[in-house]
Design a protein around this ligand. Structure first.
Ligand SMILES: Nc1ncnc2c1ncn2[C@@H]1O[C@H](COP(=O)(O)OP(=O)(O)OP(=O)(O)O)[C@@H](O)[C@H]1O
Length: 250
C-alpha cells in the first residue's frame, strides 16, 4: 500500500526475524520511524543494529516479518533514489578524487549536475574536489561517503555509525546537518554505540541481543527509568529485562 499522508511513518517494521550464519540475529522486531525525525539506533556491539539497517535498506535476507519504507516494501526499485545508505566501510573509490567520485555517483543516480557541489558544501568539504580519496583521513573519507548518500536528496537517510573516528567539532557539525535535513522533512535513522550521541536524537531505539528494549524520546526514557543519562537508562532497562527473563525462566 502506498502512503499518501506526509505524516505517515517513513519506516514500519513488523515481526522482523533475521538469521545470519545459522544463528537468529533479530527476533521479531516491531518499530516505526516517524517522518522527519532524527532517530537514534543504539545498542552494544553485535546486538544487530547493522542487520536491522540492512533490512530497512533492503539488502538483507529476512526470514519473517515485513519492512515498509516510504510506503513501499524495503528494497523496491522505486526506493533506489529515495533512500541514502552509508555503511560503516567507506563506499567510495580510493583511486578517484572526491569530485570525480561524486560526479560518478550523481550520474548513476540521475541526480542534478549541481548536486556534487551542494553535498560537498553540506559535509564541509567544499574546495577539496581534486583531493584523492585514498589520501584522506578516515573521518574525511566517511564524510565523502555521507556526501555521496546525500546526492539526489533522498527522503530517508540510513547512517551506520556515521560519526566514528570524527573529532568532537566535526561530530557536532554533522549532528547539526542531520537536524537541518530533518527540518526539511528528511528522515534520519542513525546507529551508534556511543550513548552520549543519544541526547542529540529526537527519538531513540535501544536494542540488545536482537530485541528492542525501548522506543521513546530521550526525555521520556530518562523520566521512565529515573536515570541521570541515557547510558544509565540503558543499563536500568537491561537489568529490568534480565529480571523479567529470570522470572519467566523460573
Ligand atoms: N555476514 C555475517 N554472517 C554471519 N553472521 C553475521 C554476519 N554479520 C553479522 N553477523 C552476526 O550478526 C550479529 C549482529 O551483527 P550486527 O553487525 O548486526 O551488529 P551491530 O549491532 O551492528 O554491531 P557493531 O556495533 O559492532 O557494528 C552478530 O552476532 C554478528 O556476529
Amino acid at each position: 500500500m502506498m502512503n499518501s499522508s506526509a505524516a505517515a511513518d517513513a519506516v514500519e517494521v513488523s515481526g522482523l526475524t533475521v538469521v545470519r550464519g545459522g544463528r537468529p540475529v533479530l527476533h521479531g522486531i516491531d518499530l516505526d520511524v516517524a517522518t522527519g525525525s532524527v532517530t537514534g539506533l543504539l545498542g552494544p556491539s553485535g546486538c544487530g543494529k547493522t542487520t536491522l539497517l540492512r533490512s530497512i535498506v533492503g539488502v538483507q535476507k529476512i526470514q519473517a516479518g515485513t519492512v515498509t519504507v516510504l510506503g513501499r516494501p524495503a528494497g523496491s526499485p522505486e526506493l533506489r533514489d529515495r533512500v541514502g545508505y552509508v555503511t560503516q566501510a567507506p563506499s567510495v573509490y580510493a583511486d578517484l578524487g572526491i569530485g570525480a567520485n561524486l560526479r560518478y555517483f550523481a550520474e548513476v543516480l540521475g541526480a542534478p549536475r549541481s548536486d556534487p557541489a551542494r553535498v560537498l558544501e553540506q559535509v564541509g568539504l567544499a574546495g577539496r574536489e581534486k583531493d584523492l580519496v585514498g589520501q584522506l583521513s578516515g573521518g574525511q573519507r566517511a564524510r565523502v561517503s555521507l556526501a555521496a548518500a546525500l546526492l539526489g536528496s533522498p527522503r530517508l537517510l540510513v547512517l551506520d555509525e556515521p560519526t566514528v573516528g570524527l573529532d568532537p567539532v566535526l561530530r557536532q557539525d554533522l549532528w547539526q546537518l542531520f537536524h537541518r535535513l530533518a527540518d526539511d522533512g528528511v528522515t534520519l535513522l542513525v546507529s551508534s554505540h556511543v550513548m552520549d550521541e543519544a541526547a542529540r536524537c529526537t527519538r531513540l531505539l535501544l536494542m540488545r541481543d536482537g530485541r528492542m528494549l525501548a522506543d521513546d524520546t530521550p526525555a521520556a526514557l530518562l523520566a521512565a527509568t529515573g536515570a541521570p543519562d541515557i547510558e544509565s537508562a540503558f543499563l536500568a532497562l537491561v537489568s529490568g529485562a534480565d529480571r523479567q527473563d529470570a522470572g519467566e525462566a523460573r
